[in-house]
Write a protein that binds this ligand. Structure first.
Ligand SMILES: NC(=O)c1ccc[n+]([C@@H]2O[C@H](COP(=O)([O-])OP(=O)(O)OC[C@H]3O[C@@H](n4cnc5c(N)ncnc54)[C@H](OP(=O)(O)O)[C@@H]3O)[C@@H](O)[C@H]2O)c1
Length: 241
């Protein structure tokens, strides 16, 4: 579904992990709705591909290489946003990595660190770097892409589940800190979505959520009336995949 072309005219959006999968779909959606989109991630080629798609459709986007686990890299992105646009209206913390096949007692410590540093610490760095600009602008949306694994047990994926349970707790708490600044912090918890994150063994790709389904929820969140604050969306496939 195409977004309303002018709904976000004049606004600036930052999407992490936007080279592929859910992040790319969200970046395309926000571009279609008229925002200038900063498409970020670690690998330049897929970022350029997402930007090309948005620009060729007549909208505004640029790629910014950024590793959310490196605070310097995140701060450099924030400086670039402030210098170039002087504002940020929408921050979508989407970058994330999986880990679904190892019981915790066998999980290498490095894997624990990588998962928690990306899925949880990275969101802290992004909010730390960009919320001050939103506070200055007296408005904004921060949307954190969590998971149903942040609501449920996930055997063989305990580190991933812990990162998403942690992300939910972070989101609910920061939401209370920032709502008086007219900044709405929301969390989306999707179920199995058809991307490269995991092999989703034995599941039907067509029954799974598609990246555009998550982007549609982002569209709903950023087009709410000013007095409305949907703070959490659990998004399930209609039929179990
Ligand atoms: N797919 C699902 O079933 C599902 C379900 C619920 C929630 N989610 C969540 O949705 C989000 C997006 O996942 P996806 O399914 O779209 O996965 P994906 O296709 O693997 O995409 C993940 C994206 O994150 C980027 N990324 C990874 N590490 C990064 C880092 N350190 N810094 C910046 N970017 C980084 C990747 O790009 P580079 O490697 O180039 O940096 C990639 O663009 C994740 O938070 C995931 O946990 C996914």
């Amino acid at each position: 579904m195409a977004g309303k072309a002018s709904a976000l005219e004049g606004q600036v959006a930052v999407v992490t992990g936007a080279g592929r999968g859910i992040g790319a779909a969200i970046a395309r959606k926000l571009g279609t709705m008229g925002a200038a989109v900063l498409v970020s991630g670690r690998t330049p080629a897929p970022l350029d591909q997402t930007v090309r798609t948005i620009v060729e459709a007549g909208h505004r986007a640029e790629a910014v290489t950024c590793d959310v686990t490196a605070q310097q890299s995140v701060n450099a992105l924030a400086e670039q946003v402030e210098k170039k646009f002087g504002r940020v209206d929408i921050l979508v913390n989407n970058a994330g990595i999986g880990g679904f096949s190892t019981p915790l007692h066998q999980l290498p410590v490095e894997d624990w660190d990588r998962i928690l540093n990306t899925n949880l610490r990275g969101v802290f760095y992004m909010i730390h770097a960009l919320a001050p600009l939103m506070i200055k602008g007296k408005s904004g949306h921060i949307i954190n892409i969590s998971s149903l694994a942040g609501k449920n047990a996930l055997p063989n994926g305990a580190a991933y589940a812990a990162s998403k349970w942690g992300l939910n707790g972070l989101s609910y708490s920061v939401a209370e800190e920032l709502r008086s600044h007219n900044i709405r912090v929301a969390v989306i918890c999707p179920g199995s979505t058809n991307t490269e994150l995991s092999p989703h063994e034995g599941k039907s790709a067509s029954r799974m959520l598609q990246p555009d389904d998550v982007a549609h929820v982002v569209e709903m969140l950023v087009t709410q009336a000013p007095q409305s604050f949907a703070s959490e969306v659990l998004l399930r496939p209609t039929l179990k995949p």
